[in-house]
Design a protein around this ligand. Structure first.
Ligand SMILES: [Zn+2]
Length: 236
């Protein structure tokens, strides 16, 4: 029994998870300007009772490309530092990227706990995968349960025509980060982020996306483009 449970736990912890972080994540950000100000105050002999500003502030973590501050997909195994994927523009990074974050504790522990918390929120069930998410969108579109937006149409046109139906990280990112990207349907954004996450896995780097997923994304793009323009939601 114990062995079975251990095996189960081992399988669960070795599984790569893709879970959404929907709320802003506050991180301690080091502000070099404030540190310079502290030095200036310290060296100014005319200041009798110096008051030093804080050099570390809590700020919401943002995507460095589109500055979105929520709705990131976190990917990794339990105990890993996650890869974050922005559902706005497809950018990827680990939470402590760029050296801007100076955390009072251990940055790696912070990253790991970010993924653990997101997994705790998502539960231990299986995560929706990109293929299922795209297939569900195609079914919703065919059934009339989902009406794409002008931005969804722009994504489709970019991917199909300008990217020549190539489904890789760069083509997906360019197709996602078009004017009006905030109007893209959340379900489409999330499915694309899941696909980009898959493409970042070492085995996908060698083999590319499973052909079935790439075909499904292109098929969805065709179907979105066929929606009459007057029926699209949002504004162009
Ligand atoms: Zn972004």
């Amino acid at each position: 029994m114990t062995t079975a449970m251990n095996n189960e736990t081992a399988v669960a912890s070795s599984q790569i998870r893709q879970v959404m972080i929907r709320q802003p994540v506050k991180v301690a950000r080091y502000d070099p300007e404030m540190e310079r100000l502290c030095w200036a105050i310290a060296e100014d002999s005319t200041v009798r009772n110096p008051v030093y500003p804080a050099t570390v502030r809590l700020v919401a973590m943002t995507c460095r490309r589109c500055v979105l501050d929520r709705d990131f997909l976190a990917q990794g195994r339990i105990g890993d530092e996650p890869l974050l994927i922005c559902t706005g523009c497809g950018e990827t990074w680990t939470p402590t990227w760029g050296g801007h974050w100076r955390l009072s504790g251990d940055p790696q522990a912070f990253n790991r706990s970010l993924l653990l918390n997101a997994i705790a929120d998502a539960g231990l069930g299986r995560d929706p995968n990109a293929l299922e998410a795209v297939t569900a969108l195609r079914a919703d579109l065919a059934a009339g349960c989902w009406t794409p937006s002008w931005t969804d149409h722009g994504f489709s046109h970019q991917l199909r025509v300008w990217e020549n139906e190539t489904v890789n990280v760069e083509a997906l990112r360019r197709s996602m980060y078009l004017e009006g990207w905030r109007e893209r349907s959340p379900a489409l954004s999330e499915a694309l982020a899941r696909a980009i996450g898959l493409l970042h896995l070492p085995e996908s780097e060698k083999q590319g996306l499973p052909a079935s997923l790439a075909q499904e994304i292109v098929a969805l793009a065709w179907e979105i483009e066929r929606v009459p323009r007057e029926a699209l939601t949002g504004h162009w």
